[in-house]
Design a protein around this ligand. Structure first.
Ligand code: NAD
Ligand code: LMR
Length: 329
């Protein structure tokens, strides 16, 4: 019995993600919200023979109803990149979109778990946190930036150079943030030993960090990753939903490190120092973040340690940009 709202449901990610949520048998109510085209998307998806009740909500007048009595809000609303743009270039438009959507959630379902896909994730998640603080309902255990696509890419890109490895079971922890060099795959801590030389580690790390650009370039002006993102978003949402029903599930995700201050000590010592937000492997539970899962002691390589430091520098600016956007509004 889980109620889910997808905000931005008529978009390139929103449509396949909504379909995948309709296929999730634990979802009983599926509210689809967008500012355009959502009645058609909802009517279409509602015919899929699963038990979830699908409802359409169109435009700001219907937003409060869309986010009332929900357990989980997934937010893929906002503009995607075109070639030549960075994710930070999306901030101008997407910051205001995320702010207004989270304000509505804070007012109508203050205990909902919020999963943010809209870019730049490194800044939109801090925006959401500030909005929730202002509304007096902030629980850092219940707010997530979705970085699952980086984890998915890591599993898949390994297979491109090691065809003996099963992509479906390989897990590579990816920490940091979600843009370029803030994405730090910890290849040395993959669930299967990868046995790669230094050059291969460097190349693979770079490919995972800039995997989004491959899709932006190939789509040539028609947007960024949508289908692989819908897969990744649905996988993250399913993990949250399974955790709500009592299972313990681990997913790397971008969180407020105060959600588990004790668990955050290790990643802080590795170079994240004073950062408020960082992607880390998180054990999910009934209340969102159960704990930050410790990285294997002594496992991290010098290359990964350096990459974390670089990521931390860029992230500090991204986080401040998000926080200041709400504080100066
Ligand atoms: P899209 O343009 O195809 O769809 C976006 C949807 O958001 C549209 O239907 C639009 O009408 C809707 N929207 C705009 N303003 C809204 C508002 N105020 N309320 C509700 N809906 C609103 O874009 P897309 O390809 O689906 O990408 C969406 C976002 O996801 C982009 O910011 C993109 O950069 C990001 N993204 C993130 C990841 C990730 O790993 N976190 C991966 C891929 C894309
Ligand atoms: C991705 O990683 O594919 C997304 O963040 C979209 C983008 O802009 O690359």
């Amino acid at each position: 019995m889980v109620s889910v709202a997808v905000l931005g449901a008529a978009g390139g990610i929103g449509q396949p993600l909504s379909l995948l949520m309709k296929l999730n048998t634990k979802v009983t109510k599926l509210n689809l919200y967008d500012i355009v085209n959502v009645p058609g998307v909802a009517a279409d998806i509602s015919h899929v023979a699963t038990n979830a009740e699908v409802k359409s909500y169109l435009g700001p007048k219907e937003l409060a109803d869309a986010v009332s009595n929900i357990d989980l809000a997934i937010i893929p609303a906002g503009v995607p990149r075109k070639p030549g743009m960075t994710r930070d270039d999306l901030f101008k438009i997407n910051a205001g979109i995320v702010k207004s959507l989270v304000e509505a959630i804070a007012e109508n379902s203050p205990r909902a778990i919020i999963a943010i896909i809209s870019n730049p994730v490194n800044s939109t998640v801090p925006i959401a946190a500030e909005v929730l603080k202002n509304a007096g309902v902030y629980d850092p255990k219940r707010l997530f930036g979705v970085t699952t696509l980086d984890v998915v890419r890591a599993s898949r890109f390994v297979r491109d150079i090691r065809s003996d490895i099963d992509s479906t079971t390989l897990r590579v922890p990816v920490v940091g943030g979600h843009s370029g060099n803030t994405i730090v795959p910890l290849l040395s801590m993959a669930s299967t030993s990868l046995d790669l030389n230094d050059k291969a580690v460097e190349d693979l790390t770079n490919r995972i960090q800039f995997g989004g650009d491959e899709v932006v370039k190939a789509k040539d002006g028609a947007g960024s990753a949508t289908l692989s993102m819908a897969y990744a978003g649905a996988r993250f949402a399913d993990s949250v939903i399974r955790a709500l029903s009592g299972e313990s599930v681990v997913e790397p995700t971008f969180i407020d490190l105060t959600a588990d201050a004790e668990g955050a000590k290790q990643i802080r010592e590795l170079g994240a120092a004073d950062l408020a937000f960082f992607a880390v492997p998180v054990e999910l539970g009934k209340n969102g973040v159960e704990r930050i899962v410790p990285l294997p002691a002594g496992g991290i390589t010098e290359f990964e340690r350096e990459a974390i430091k670089v990521a931390a520098g860029a992230l500090a600016t991204n986080i401040a940009t998000g926080v200041n956007f709400v504080k100066s509004a």
